[in-house]
Design a protein around this ligand. Structure first.
Ligand SMILES: NC(=O)c1ccc[n+]([C@@H]2O[C@H](COP(=O)([O-])OP(=O)(O)OC[C@H]3O[C@@H](n4cnc5c(N)ncnc54)[C@H](O)[C@@H]3O)[C@@H](O)[C@H]2O)c1
Length: 472
């Protein structure tokens, strides 16, 4: 079930949570998160911990685990990973008492694990999510929820059947910047939204997924066969294991990895279910290192009118060789204004549609001055009569009475990932509905994956955002 969140009326942000644990006092918290953290801290006791285990202790496995542990009442008891060096690192970072294993099913079998964080490559998301929910665990699964569109219904069904707390880990859904956008749009700040532009550009080798391989990578330190899972069998390849995003067998290319964040933010801000037409173009233009995915993609996604929003078109871009160093940015365009954000600041420009004065119509950049003098005189007379009758010849449409703030910034150091985990553990402890559940997660992932299909097949793809089915 989807939950809409209020951001509260206070515009200031508090630097510490009075009732929360010492671990969160250094975080910048929104008032809402501060209250949720205090409520979780109140439930925290030595016999009342939420015990977690993380599957996949790679880059985000460590990020997510450390972030989750800042939430009061959360304890790490186990972790699973296929590379020996990362299992070793778990003990170095979190302590020798944390159990480590290779096979994730050992984690699911443990009675002392309440919740699992699934931080594995994309081709494992659906299978592990379903297995974990069926094992009675609460699940925080990293984005994108599925590697392919046909995996979505089974994950949704598993959440429905088990009643599990299942949250997808795309933290833009919990960002206070996205909340602010949503509230401003709902209050009429930009009038009727007609276009959303968003980009997620990069300009570095690490940004383009050329992560460093460990020097001890070998079939002895890596469980290669287990990694492959449903992917085609092939001999051990350390580059494929440590840079799996570069290969379609394991990852979801740039769109699955990054458009899903942009779409999550857009769906949250506008209350959208998804597009009905998806088209994409791009190619491999710079990082030609053996990968079988592209590094530049531009997509157009057409959203139909719903009760929540008018029809609008989304233009998305990921460019991994943006030499200008351009990063993430959104522009929500409406007929009364535009909200721009790079997620560290937000700005509203409210100009609206311009209508000419009689002077501009007669003498400005317009057709009138090219007409015969007789025509110009006749039009001038018509405009004068209209002015006398106090009628505007080109009457602009009524505008919304938005008078809210024109800029907004989250506090320095603000991290939406923490808000996202606070929501997850609030659902785990208090049974509150999950916001970014399997349905929301699939509605964000599927259009991103359809961008891949469109690019690979050079055609537009049809999608029914309500029934969540490909239509052509
Ligand atoms: N929400 C975000 O901001 C964000 C950011 C980065 C990555 N992610 C997502 O997190 C996931 C992991 O990305 P990453 O960059 O950390 O990758 P990574 O390669 O750094 O780590 C993946 C880890 O999973 C382990 N693994 C693979 N298959 C496994 C299996 N069957 N059982 C147990 N462990 C297994 C590997 O050994 C590896 O250590 C991806 O789905 C990615 O899209 C999300």
């Amino acid at each position: 079930m989807m939950r809409r969140r209020e951001t509260g009326t206070r515009r200031g942000f508090l630097k510490s949570a009075a009732a929360a644990s010492a671990a969160v006092t250094t975080l910048a918290l929104s008032p809402e998160t501060e209250a949720a953290v205090a409520a979780l801290a109140a439930d925290d006791g030595p016999n009342d911990k939420v015990r977690i285990a993380t599957v996949g202790m790679g880059i985000i496995g460590f990020e997510d685990t450390s972030c989750a542990l800042k939430v009061p009442g959360v304890e790490l008891v186990a972790a699973a990973d296929l590379y020996a060096g990362r299992r070793q690192r778990v003990k170095e970072v979190y302590g020798d008492h944390v159990d480590v294993c290779v096979d994730y099913r050992e984690v699911l079998d443990r009675k002392d694990v309440d919740a699992v964080l699934l931080c594995v490559p994309d081709h494992w998301h659906a299978a592990m999510s379903i297995a974990a929910m069926k094992a009675g665990k609460a699940v925080y699964c990293e984005k994108p929820m599925v590697q392919s569109v046909d995996e979505g219904p089974a994950v949704i069904a598993a959440q429905k059947e088990t009643g599990a707390v299942f949250q997808v880990g795309s933290q833009y859904a919990s960002s206070i910047v996205m909340d602010k956008l949503r509230d401003m749009i709902a209050a009429g700040a930009i009038g009727k939204v007609n276009v959303v532009e968003a980009r997620y550009n990069r300009n570095s080798s690490l940004g383009a997924w050329q992560y460093t391989l460990p020097l001890d990578a070998s079939p002895e330190t890596v469980d290669w066969d287990r990694f492959l899972g449903k992917a085609p069998k092939r001999p051990f390849d350390a580059t494929r294991f440590f840079r799996w995003r570069n290969y379609r067998d394991y990852g979801t290319a740039v769109a699955g990895d990054l458009f899903v964040h942009l779409l999550t933010g857009i769906h949250h801000a506008v209350g959208a279910l998804g597009p009905e037409k998806v088209a994409a173009m791009g190619g491999l233009r710079y990082w030609d290192d053996g990968r079988d995915v592209y590094d530049v993609i531009l997509s157009l996604l057409d959203y139909p009118k719903t009760d929540a929003h008018p029809a609008f078109t989304v233009a998305l871009q990921c460019d991994f060789e943006d030499g200008g160093g351009d990063a993430t940015a959104f522009r929500f365009v409406g007929d009364e204004g535009v909200i721009s954000t790079d997620l560290s600041s937000l700005k509203l420009d409210r100009v609206g549609i311009q209508w000419p004065t009689p002077e501009q119509e007669l003498k400005g950049y317009n057709s009138v001055k090219t007409f015969s003098q007789a025509q110009q005189d006749a039009i001038a007379a018509k405009l004068a009569i209209a002015a006398k009758l106090a009628r505007e010849p080109n009457k602009p449409p009524a505008r919304t009475a938005y008078d809210g703030p024109e800029t907004f910034a989250p506090p320095p150091g603000y991290d939406p990932r923490f808000d996202h985990f606070v929501r997850f553990f609030t659902s785990v402890r208090k049974g509150e509905p999950v916001y970014e559940d399997a349905v929301f997660g699939f509605r964000a992932a599927a259009p991103a994956l359809l961008c891949n299909q469109s690019l690979y097949e050079s055609r537009m793809i049809g999608w029914d955002p309500k029934t969540m089915k490909v239509t052509g």
